[in-house]
Design a protein around this ligand. Sequence first.
Ligand code: ATP
Ligand code: MG
Length: 440
Amino acid sequence: MLLSRYFLPVLRETPAEAQIVSHRLMLRSGMIKQASAGIYSWLPLGYRVLRNIERIVHEEQARAGHIPMLMPTVQSADLWRESGRYDDYGEEMLRISDRHGHDLLYGPTNEELITDIFRTHVQSYRDLPLTLYHIQWKFRDEIRPRFGIMRGREFYMKDGYNFDVDREAALHAYNRHMVSYLRTYERMGLQAIPMRAASGPIGGDDTHEFLVLADTGESEVFYDSEITDLKLGDRQLNYDDRDECAAIAREFTSPYARTDETHDEALFLNVPEARRRTSRGIEVGQIFYFGTKYSEPMGATVQDPQGRPVPVHMGSHGIGVSRLAGAIIEASHDDDGIIWPEEVAPFRVGIINVKQGDSATDSACEALYAKMSSAGIETLYDDREERAGAKFATMDLIGLPWRVTAGPRGLAKGKVELHCRRTGQSEELDLGAVVERMCA
Ligand code: ATP
Ligand code: MG
């Protein structure tokens, strides 16, 4: 992408309304614009990040064997009356009525809709296990939307639903989700710690939230510092192996880690004092096992191997796709701006032409940009007639992992500078070696 033709409305001033760093940086780098309270437009740069997060979520869901689909944002109130949640959900639900006087709502979550799809089409245990998911906009009329897209009213969420013949099978689905979520967050450069949580309006007994530690997080968390040493890494995983998933879930849930909602001071005191930590965290996902809470009232049954109808065992699983953009920034920035992890970065490389208008420099940059693009490297070329200082500030602000700087002095020797945003290290490199280096 040529920056001169792109839409990147960077702000020089720090917006007064932004209280936390991710919100400030998202506004300053032209990623988002508030449309109304808790509702945002994703401008081109932010949209690229959102799509990358979404892609990682899809890829990891596919790896775990979960099936993507798409359900609507607007739902009929009748389904929610069947489960009893139309009244229970409270004021966070945006209730709408259409021109015929039918009650509709903008979905805050999808348990009812998916259970209705399931009961219509699945009758036998032979069709199980089944896990369906979608990534769709949700609306919750939060009393205090704040921190930009971190606590929005409209937000983008991956929500998945497992259907299993019995409790054991459903608990495997629970563990499988835990493992695949851990992998998902690690790919985004995040450590998200599973913590025993309270279930809220979704219901059920077994539930874990995934929290990214950050001073600006809304939850208070208590944990054994040992848990921060755990990493999934590139272990080979077989998501169908119940014992393997259970072992990983045990590994990551054995050290004490809870939010204030479930914190147990007596248990916490068993953790050696030097390892006890109290901090704040951002919730980036949650998994639930709730058994037959929805299948029973909504009549979602399957025939078991003996031919008896049994209500299907379910769980649901959510990842805050849009919130993650903010959480990643909270976890990865410095005074100059964002530091994107490679997999979510809006572009991988930025090219800075320090002497725009100098024909030799222009043509070297153009040739490099063309080569990068044809090698499939996502590149943003700053070809604007701007001072070099302003170009550097913009690049640092938007946080691309790599920057190539080209100027007449270096080019005279056939050299450019390659700079790594994360380490801050620079090296001189042959112009001809840049593409190869980026593909290594
Ligand atoms: P919270 O406690 O933060 O209000 P929740 O527990 O009500 O969230 P879930 O139903 O567990 O939310 O939704 C799954 C995920 O969606 C959450 O883990 C979070 O990452 C994200 N999410 C929930 N509410 C919002 C919101 N208002 N804005 C942005 N993301 C949200
Ligand atoms: Mg939650």
